[in-house]
Write a protein that binds this ligand. Structure first.
Ligand code: CP
Length: 316
């Protein structure tokens, strides 16, 4: 599926959907982080930014964090929120996604939050929906997870107060990770000094050379002196065959307290979740003093509030 990465902007360059990080300027990313910070300062107090709006969430893949924080964010913005139970929806009787969307449009939905295993599905929906309706990408195939990248940028800024001058390591299955793709674009746009990508060659994308990253096959060398280490899980559901044994993976790429010693002393350890303890990360690290993994989850509420607020404001 050809993905139109510019469909998220109106003719004035304002965001009316939120589908990918590509095309966002540094100022646009910072604006979203600042709006989210304002929500944090007011303890995400309920407001009326989405009053009389209806948000429908369509998750064709499992989710805990993204789905729940979108629901919480919508409710804090006073939207009506509909959680479509895909497993019991009419798509099982042969209804196409577009017919489903048109049906929900007829019920006056204003915003669709979409997760799908096929890359580009949210972009396809954004092309097909009515002119006043917005689509947010909650993760599409191996392509993008832009709201996750935004909450990760929020977390990095919270702990490090800056982006320039930082060394950030992303460890694991880059090939199948939509999070990694959105992270690399965000960190590049924010002028992070070093983006180190670490993992076995077999889990690296073909276009790695075209990205502004430094590749390391060795974990301890790759995370050496890094300020931020972002761990990823093996995305087994997107592998056609087992590309690596979990034992080998843990041996070489599992983050232990010992291996983490090569990073900067005040390193923060991040993970988009869900985490697989004993495969990509040890419990000692996941629950340790450098871990900000649960803080990432919390930031997901204000970041999603910010993105939904901005899109609705840009349509006013
Ligand atoms: N990070 C993330 O997308 O987690 P969920 O699959 O739980 O939403």
């Amino acid at each position: 599926m050809e993905i139109d990465k510019h469909i998220q902007f109106n003719s004035d360059g304002k965001l009316i959907h939120f589908l990918n990080i590509e095309g966002l300027s540094k100022d646009q990313i910072i604006e979203i982080l600042d709006i989210a910070e304002n929500f944090i300062e007011t303890s995400n107090k309920k407001n009326k930014n989405l009053e009389n709006k209806t948000v429908a969430s369509l998750f064709f893949e499992p989710s805990t964090r993204t789905k729940t924080t979108f629901e919480l964010a919508s409710k804090k913005l006073s939207a009506d929120f509909i959680n479509i139970d895909i497993a019991n929806s009419s798509t099982l009787k042969g209804e196409s996604i577009i017919d489903m969307i048109k049906t929900l449009e007829a019920m006056s939905c204003d915003m669709f939050v979409v997760r799908h295993s096929i890359s580009g599905t949210p972009h396809f929906i954004a092309k097909e929906v009515g002119k006043k309706i917005s689509v947010i990408n909650a993760g599409d195939g191996i392509h993008a997870h832009p709201t996750q990248a935004m909450l990760d940028m929020f977390t990095i800024r919270k702990y490090k107060n800056k982006f320039e001058g930082l060394s950030v390591a992303i460890v694991g299955d880059i090939l199948h990770s939509r999070v990694a793709k959105s992270l690399i674009t965000s960190l590049t746009t924010l002028n992070v000094k070093n983006i180190n990508v670490i993992g076995p060659k077999i889990l690296m994308p073909e276009n790695l050379d075209t990205l502004k990253v430094n590749y390391h096959e060795n974990l301890e060398i790759g995370i050496s002196k890094c300020d931020v280490v972002i761990m990823l899980r093996l995305q087994k559901e997107r592998m056609h065959e087992a590309l690596i044994s979990t034992d080998d993976y843990y041996q070489n790429y599992g983050l232990t307290k010992m291996k983490l010693q090569s990073a900067a002393k005040d390193v923060i350890v991040m993970h988009p979740g869900p985490i697989n303890r004993g495969i990509e990360i040890d419990s000692e690290v996941a629950d340790g003093k450098n871990s900000v993994i649960l803080d990432q989850v919390t930031s997901g509420i204000s970041i999603r509030m910010a993105i939904m607020t901005l899109i609705i404001k840009n349509r006013a």
